[in-house]
Design a protein around this ligand. Structure first.
Ligand SMILES: *[C@@H]1O[C@H](CO)[C@@H](O)[C@H](O)[C@H]1NC(C)=O
Ligand SMILES: *[C@@H]1O[C@H](CO)[C@@H](O)[C@H](O)[C@H]1NC(C)=O
Length: 350
C-alpha cells in the first residue's frame, strides 16, 4: 500500500532524474535484491519530484508499518509456539500414562497366567483324587459283594451239614429207643458213615467213631448222639456268631461308604470351585489382553500424533524464521534509506 502511494507520488511528480550522490550511496550500501532495487528506484523518482518532506514522511510510515507487522508476527509466533508446546506436553503425558497402563496390564497378565497355571494343576489333582475315591468305593462295594457270596456259600453248606446231622441223630435216637437186638442194619450204618464223611470230612471224629467202633452197639450210638448234639450246638453257635459279626461288618461297610461319600462330596465341591475359578481367570485374561491391545493401539496413535506435531512445529518455526529474517532485512533497508536521506537532506533540498 505504501509502495502504491509512492508510485502515485512518483507518477504525479515525474521529472527528468539525475542520479544524486545520496541515491548512489544508498544503492551501494543496500544488498542487491528486488525489494531494495524497487525501493531505491522509487526513492530516486520521488526525490526527483522534489517533495522531500513527503518522502521522509512516507519512509517513516513504512518503517512504522513494518515494525508493527514484525511485532504482531512475533506475538503470533509466541502464542502459536506455546500452543504447539502445550500440545506436545499433553501428548507426552498421555503417552506416559498409556505406557504405564500397558506395563501394569502386562504385570496383571503375568499374575493371571500364573494363577491359571496353579489352578490347572489343582484341577488336575482334584480330578485325579475324585477318580481314586470312586475306584475306592467300587472296591469297597466289590469286597462287600464277595463277602456276602462267601457267607451265603458258608450258610448253605452249614444248613446242609445241619440237616444231615439232624437226620443221622434222629435215626440213632430212634434205634436206641426201639432197642432192637440187631440194632442198626449194616447197610444203614454204611450209608450213615458215608454221609458223615461227605459232610464233615473222612477224618472227622464222628466219622472215625462210627467207622472204627468194633461193634455198633447202644453205648456207641449214645456216644455218637452226644457228639452229634455237640456238633449241632457248635454249628448253631457259629451261625449266631456269624450273624452278629455280619451286623458289625455291615456297619463297618456303611461307615466306609459314608466316609467315601463325604470325601467325594468335598472333592466335588473343590472341583466345582476350581473349575469356576479357572473359568473366571481365563475370562479375566481375555479381557485384560483385549484391553492391552487397545492400549497399545492408543499408544501407537499417540506416538504418531506426537511426531507429526513436532514436525509441524519445526516446519512452522522455520517458516516463521525465514519470513522474519526477510522482514528484518526490509526494515533495515528502510532505516538505512531514511538515515542516508537525512544525512544528505541539505544537498537534496537544493
Ligand atoms: C467276622 O468278620 C471278620 C471280617 O470279615 C472275619 O475276619 C472274622 O473271622 C469273622 N468272625 C466270625 C466269627 O465269623
Ligand atoms: C511466511 O510467509 C508466507 C508468505 O507470505 C505465508 O504464507 C506464511 O504463512 C508465513 N509463515 C509464517 C510461519 O509466518
Amino acid at each position: 500500500m505504501t509502495f502504491k502511494t509512492l508510485m502515485v507520488l512518483l507518477l504525479v511528480t515525474m521529472a527528468v532524474a539525475t542520479e544524486s550522490p545520496a541515491i548512489e550511496k544508498l544503492r551501494n550500501k543496500l544488498d542487491q535484491n528486488e525489494y531494495n532495487s524497487q525501493l531505491v528506484d522509487l526513492l530516486e523518482l520521488s526525490l526527483a519530484g522534489g517533495q522531500l518532506d513527503r518522502v521522509f514522511e512516507l519512509l517513516q510510515k513504512m518503517v512504522d508499518d513494518l515494525t508493527g507487522q514484525i511485532n504482531a508476527a512475533n506475538l503470533d509466533h509466541a502464542s502459536r509456539m506455546a500452543a504447539f508446546e502445550s500440545s506436545i506436553e499433553q501428548l507426552e503425558a498421555n503417552l506416559a500414562t498409556l505406557s504405564s497402563e500397558v506395563q501394569t496390564n502386562n504385570r496383571k497378565i503375568g499374575d493371571i497366567t500364573q494363577a491359571i497355571s496353579t489352578l490347572t494343576s489343582t484341577s488336575v489333582a482334584v480330578k485325579k483324587q475324585l477318580e481314586t475315591i470312586n475306584q475306592r468305593e467300587e472296591q469297597i462295594r466289590d469286597n462287600r459283594q464277595r463277602e456276602i457270596q462267601v457267607l451265603e456259600t458258608k450258610q448253605s453248606a452249614g444248613s446242609r451239614i445241619l440237616a444231615a446231622l439232624e437226620d443221622i441223630h434222629d435215626r440213632l435216637v430212634k434205634a436206641v429207643l426201639s432197642n432192637t437186638g440187631s440194632f442198626l442194619e449194616e447197610a444203614e450204618k454204611k450209608e450213615m458213615i458215608k454221609q458223615v464223611k461227605k459232610e464233615l470230612g473222612r477224618t472227622h471224629p464222628l466219622a472215625l467213631l462210627l467207622e472204627f467202633s468194633s461193634k455198633f452197639d447202644e453205648a456207641t450210638a449214645k456216644r455218637a448222639i452226644e457228639l452229634i448234639e455237640q456238633i449241632i450246638a457248635s454249628i448253631k453257635e457259629g451261625e449266631v456268631n456269624r450273624e452278629s459279626n455280619q451286623t458289625a461288618v455291615e456297619e463297618n461297610f456303611n461307615s466306609l461308604v459314608n466316609e467315601v461319600t463325604v470325601v467325594r462330596d468335598k472333592l466335588q465341591q473343590d472341583n466345582q470351585k476350581t473349575t469356576s475359578a479357572l473359568k473366571n481367570r481365563q475370562n479375566d485374561l481375555k479381557i485384560t489382553q483385549r484391553r492391552n491391545k487397545q492400549l497399545e493401539q492408543n499408544e501407537a496413535t499417540t506416538q504418531q500424533l506426537l511426531e507429526t506435531t513436532r514436525v509441524q512445529k519445526d516446519l512452522y518455526d522455520s517458516n516463521f524464521r525465514s519470513n522474519a529474517s526477510k522482514r528484518e532485512g526490509q526494515l533495515n533497508s528502510l532505516k538505512t534509506a531514511l538515515q542516508i536521506l537525512r544525512d544528505n537532506e541539505q544537498a537534496l533540498k537544493k
